[in-house]
Design a protein around this ligand. Structure first.
Ligand SMILES: Nc1ncnc2c1ncn2[C@@H]1O[C@H](COP(=O)(O)OP(=O)(O)O)[C@@H](O)[C@H]1O
Ligand SMILES: [Mg+2]
Length: 243
C-alpha cells in the first residue's frame, strides 16, 4: 500500500511539531525517517496512523483520503505500527500475545480465515520462529528483557499482516545480536509490504532504507536515496555529523 501526506502541520500550542511536511512513500518501499530528538518523527507516524489529527494537511493510504479516519479504520486498510513505548499484555505469554494479534486480524475480516485452533496454533508457531523467539513462547510478556519485548512488538505488528508498517525506533536499546536479528527480520518481509521506519541506528537505516526523509524541528530538510542524504550538507550539519 502506498502512503502519502501533503502539507502536514501539527501544532501543540505555540510549537509546530510538524510544519508543512510532504511525504510520498510508494507501495513496497522501505523508507526511513531520521532526525534529532524532538524533530517530529513520532508525531509524523502518529498522524499517518490516525492517533493525531493534523492541524493542517492530509494523509492518503492506498490512494484514499484517510485524514478523517480513526486508527482502527486505517488498520483495516492494512496499516500496521509499533510504538516507541511498549504496548503488550504483560500477564499473557509471548505465544498468547501473538495469538491475540492473529485473532484480531481475523476478526477484522479483511482476510479469509477458516477459524480453526490448529490453524491459529500453527501460525503462532511460525511467527515465533520467524522472530527467533520460540524459546520465549511460554514466558509472560511482562518478564521479557527489553530487547526481547521490542522483538515481540515487531512480531505483533506483523501478525496483523499489514500491507504498510510504521516502526518507531524498533532497535532502541537492543543488543548487537538483537539489532541484527531485527534488521534481518525486516529485510525478509515480503517486498510488497511498505515500511516506514523511524530509527536512530544509522547503520540499520542505511542497510534497510531505499529512501530517507530527514526532519529537523518539524521541517523536512531532506528526502532522497541514502547516497543523496549522506551527501546533503544540511543533513550533515544537523544530524549525521561525522558520517
Ligand atoms: N502530545 C504532545 N503535546 C505537546 N507537545 C508534544 C506532544 N507530542 C510531541 N510534542 C512535542 O513535539 C515535538 C516533536 O515530538 P516527537 O514527534 O515526539 O519527536 P521525535 O519523535 O522526533 O523525537 C517535541 O518538541 C515534543 O516535545
Ligand atoms: Mg520519537
Amino acid at each position: 500500500m502506498d502512503l502519502s501526506a501533503v502539507g502536514l502541520t501539527v501544532r501543540f500550542g505555540a510549537l509546530a511539531a510538524l510544519n508543512r511536511v510532504d511525504l510520498e512513500v510508494a507501495a513496497g518501499e522501505r523508507r526511513a525517517v531520521i532526525g534529532p530528538n524532538g524533530a517530529g518523527k513520532t508525531t509524523l507516524l502518529n498522524v499517518i496512523a490516525g492517533e493525531h489529527r493534523p492541524t493542517e494537511g492530509s494523509v492518503r493510504l492506498g490512494g484514499r483520503d484517510a485524514t478523517p479516519l480513526p486508527p482502527w479504520r486505517r488498520a483495516r486498510l492494512g496499516l500496521g505500527r509499533t510504538f516507541q513505548r511498549s504496548t503488550l499484555f504483560s500477564q499473557l505469554t509471548v505465544a498468547d500475545n501473538i495469538a491475540l494479534a492473529v485473532r484480531a486480524r481475523n476478526r477484522s475480516g479483511w482476510r479469509f480465515w477458516p477459524g480453526s485452533e490448529d490453524g491459529l496454533n500453527q501460525e503462532v508457531s511460525r511467527r515465533l520462529e520467524a522472530g527467533g523467539i520460540e524459546h520465549l513462547a511460554r514466558r509472560p510478556a511482562g518478564r521479557l528483557g527489553h530487547g526481547e519485548r521490542r522483538i515481540l512488538e515487531v512480531e505483533l505488528a506483523l501478525a496483523a499482516s499489514p500491507s504498510a508498517l510504521l516502526l518507531d525506533e524498533p532497535m532502541a536499546g537492543l543488543s548487537g545480536d538483537e539489532r541484527q536479528k531485527t534488521l534481518e527480520r525486516l529485510r525478509s518481509l515480503p517486498k510488497e509490504v511498505t515500511v516506514v521506519i523511524v530509527e536512530h541506528d544509522i547503520d540499520a537505516v542505511f542497510a534497510l532504507a531505499e529512501r530517507i526523509t530527514v526532519l529537523d524541528h518539524g521541517v523536512k530538510i531532506a528526502d532522497g536515496t541514502p547516497t543523496e542524504v549522506r551527501a546533503n550538507a544540511r543533513v550533515q550539519e544537523v544530524y549525521l555529523g561525522g558520517l
